[in-house]
Design a protein around this ligand. Sequence first.
Ligand code: NAD
Length: 323
Amino acid sequence: MRVLVTGGAGYIGAITVRTLLDAGHDVVVLDTLEKGHREAVDPRATLIVGDVGDREVVRAALRGIDAVMHLAGYIEVAESQEHPAKYFDNNVTRPLVMLAEMAEQGVGALVFSSTAAVYGEPERVPIAEDARTVPVNAYGDSKLRFEHELDLAVGSWGLRSVRLRYFNVAGAWPDGSLGEAHDPETHIIPRILGAIAGGRREFEVYGSDYPTPDGTCVRDYIHVCDLARAHRLALEHLHAGGVGAVCNLGNGRGFSNLEVVRACAEATGVPVEVVLGPRRAGDPAVLVASADRALEVLGWQPERSDIGEMIADAWRWCQSSVQ
Ligand SMILES: NC(=O)c1ccc[n+]([C@@H]2O[C@H](COP(=O)([O-])OP(=O)(O)OC[C@H]3O[C@@H](n4cnc5c(N)ncnc54)[C@H](O)[C@@H]3O)[C@@H](O)[C@H]2O)c1
């Protein structure tokens, strides 16, 4: 298939692009490079530098395309709270321009990067896809709103979409050649590894009074290569005529922030001292996925669920990218 991957120069996008190319698909990447990296885009793909909200650019990018994977977006929770309109614009309004052009050109299959943040504070865990969706930050709200737009497009012009609600994505391409390079970095594993690589031995954990076994937040980590494989399966599901679906992507197992710090210390062989800081606004206590539906619909199961392996891969990337 010939696939347009928006956000294909970002962390998850670049790894998904390489996974698609390795499986024999043709890939066109559309990315502003505002947050992504030109050098992360596999040279076998065609890179178009442009915005999903630019109708002319999207029109040209969609020529000959069978399906779209929409990963482009802003991802910082704290920033979304300060600038909700910026998130609404980039995560809802601009991609609507792309959707309109997809309708125009009859490109009727889409895989969308959604997030566990659509659930907000869950009533029970593990979280299934039919749990209530009450986002507690503007980032999650923007992703949920775009999911609603995808629902509307089903009725109005027959779009079929798979929305993948990722839990915490971690790890890197196993040889360390592609990985996470956000600026600012807000994700816990690369922040701990970045601190270690920079010679800092203290790490602040946000909040120690949550109703969890050790008082720190619990999250479900998924290896980025498992995630990329789920994208490929979703694409192939749609190509085979499969109906639209919403699927969580996680391992179904939670790790507390303290456990993650310990696992990073173990993987790197460097001791880390934890400083317990105050809670960060908008952080639910526990987010753990039920990913049964991804197995039913896509035949997907995680293959790299060991957090030590995720951290070891991320550490390889971290060391190669600081040299
Ligand atoms: N990283 C995670 O843990 C996580 C968890 C849940 C969901 N997601 C979702 O996955 C997707 C990818 O996340 P990531 O971690 O790779 O982020 P990233 O910032 O590394 O990549 C996003 C890419 O999108 C590009 N982009 C942003 N706005 C654009 C626009 N209007 N037009 C074209 N390109 C644009 C950026 O330049 C960047 O390359 C995002 O949609 C994010 O919401 C990520």
